[in-house]
Write a new protein. Sequence first.
Length: 325
Amino acid sequence: MIGWFRKLRDAGVLGMNHRNAEYIMPYNPRCNYPLVDDKIISKQRAEEAGIRVPRLYGVIEIEYQIRGLEKMLGDRKDFVIKPAHGSGGNGIMVITGAQHGRYRRSNGMLVTLEELGHHISNILSGMYSLGGQPDCAIIEQRVEFDPLFEQVSYRGVPDIRTVVFKGVPVMAMVRLPSRMSDGKANLHQGAVGAGLDMGTGRTTTAVHMDRYIDLHPDTGAPIAGLQIPNWDDLLELAARCHELADLGYLGVDIVLDRHEGPMVLELNARPGLSIQLANRASLLHRLRRVEALESIPRSSRERAELARKLFAASQPPEPQIVQCA
């Protein structure tokens, strides 16, 4: 075990305490946390900035409003219910269709309107919110993912997580839902994380439950070599979110809708560190390279171009994480 931690240290792996002390606390003013922790606020700010997000169908703030759920849904047969202050994918219910007066979840189960209301009641009670505080329930558009991911995703929507530091994208991965994750793009719940070459937007290595893999555990399809379309634009979109959130250290989650293209799904003031395993690379080394810059461009396009130059796979090799615990 001691040898393993020494390997992590030598590879420059950024740990949680180090991240919190040197990057989150100094660069993320707590007064700006509501800009990302509240999904309603972050959605509104994105729309004001001209950034596409999933459409908002309605918000339920108090128990009494659950009575109007059927009217709010109207004839919609697919939508997403999520807590406004949730984290880690907890409390998200994805509805993909309707049948004989019941709604079909992304895992294939059928639920009644009353069961939807019960789930919303749990959201309002704070069951899924940060700190267990009373919450609101958001009902929004269901994203239909790009056909690119059909062979490497199981009953869920993949997303692209990018860590942005001082406005510069420094590391990215694709999170691919699996059977274990119940169709959610959350690595801790069993999704697959695939590293991305910052220069090209092509998938490289992949990790699943702290083990490196080559094939998706459910579909058997190879993961490496997928080309994310319009990568330059996606990188610029992630860079733009720096101004959106006013946070120096930020996680940006982008989804690719097959009909409407890229959408910003969520922003995160405390993005997880498993992105290093997915890329087999040190996040700390990249953060320090940005800190060492004499100046950072003002425009998001220039910052995206800077990221491609600094962190492309064609650059001098970085210390690698050679295996997982």
